[in-house]
Design a protein around this ligand. Structure first.
Ligand code: ATR
Length: 278
């Protein structure tokens, strides 16, 4: 298969390694190229990509929305979220999907299946692009509540539109309120870039009222263990590292391209080592 990644900057991406592992699993020769395109050349370079015989490609920051006008079809899930991270090229058509949120949820289910039974309550921190996909996917699960908190509360309130079918009970809080209510939640998910290298001393909220046994999840995977996760662990929480989302969104993308199932758990230890070394 001819695959690739569109984004900027992407030189340090782990996606080529992940997709090469998946290709080996199904004994298929693949090439996963990096299409590092700067913002001012986006239009011309994406038009050129149409002439390459690609089977599919991933889209990352900052182009997940900007790619949409170039697509022939948009999956309903990607349409609702308003962002595309995976394009399938088939019969000269580009079809856009979003595997970020669902990938996150599949990875979480694999690590902590107990969260998906009984009336569990979830708090999502952040209301940016990553949060949209995660919140949308969580609303489709049977949680007792999927609440949101964000520095700019109005922005979190806008995300409630993604839950139009009222699949989940949702409330919006400020960070101060979230910190006070922390003991109510079984799962707390950090979806912003706060705490990412080189700002690894940052932490999005205080964890004083966190209960033991709560799962704290951070989508940041550089550093491997963020300050938030470190402190959560000290307080007796169970932690879920950011590389799970990276891996599982890739698994779902690869399955869309190849039509075959691949095993993400099998490469998780090696991916962990790679991230820890960087
Ligand atoms: P992405 O697409 O990567 O999610 P984004 O759409 O720019 O990026 O969203 C960034 C998210 O991180 C937002 O929720 C933002 O909060 P605001 O809506 O208040 O801007 C949050 N964020 C970024 N820096 C932050 C910081 N220092 N403290 C708290 N939240 C922060």
């Amino acid at each position: 298969m001819q695959l690739g990644l569109l984004g900027y900057p992407i030189q340090h991406s782990l996606s080529p390694w992940i997709h090469n592992q998946f290709s080996e699993q199904i004994n298929q020769l693949s090439e996963y190229q990096l299409f590092e395109i700067s913002q001012d050349k986006f239009n011309d370079n994406v038009s050129e990509l149409k002439f390459k015989k690609l089977d599919g490609f991933n889209v990352t920051v900052p182009y997940k929305q900007r790619i949409i006008p170039y697509l022939d079809e948009l999956d309903i899930y990607a349409d609702e979220i308003g962002a595309v991270n995976t394009v399938v090229c088939k019969n000269n058509k580009w079809i856009g999907y979003n595997t970020d949120g669902l990938g996150y949820v599949v990875g979480l289910k694999s690590a902590y299946p107990h969260l998906f039974s009984g009336d569990k309550k979830v708090l999502v921190l952040g209301a940016g692009g990553a949060s949209r996909g995660i919140y949308y996917a969580l609303c489709k699960e049977k949680f007792a509540a999927v609440d949101l908190a964000n520095r700019t509360v109005e922005k979190a309130a806008h995300l409630l539109d993604l839950n139009q079918l009222k699949d989940a009970k949702s409330e919006v809080f400020s960070f101060t309120e979230a910190e006070k209510n922390l003991a109510n939640y079984d799962l707390v998910i950090q979806t912003t870039s706060v705490g990412m290298k080189p700002n690894d001393s940052e932490k999005i909220i205080g964890l004083d009222l966190l209960s033991k046994g709560t799962v704290v999840s951070d989508i940041v995977y550089q550093p491997f263990t963020t300050r938030l996760l470190r402190e959560a662990k000290t307080r007796g929480a169970l932690i879920h590292h950011g590389h799970h989302m990276l891996l599982y969104q890739a698994k779902l993308a690869f399955e869309l391209w190849s039509g075959q199932q691949v095993d993400a758990e099998q490469i998780l230890p090696q991916l962990t080592q790679k991230i820890k070394k960087e």
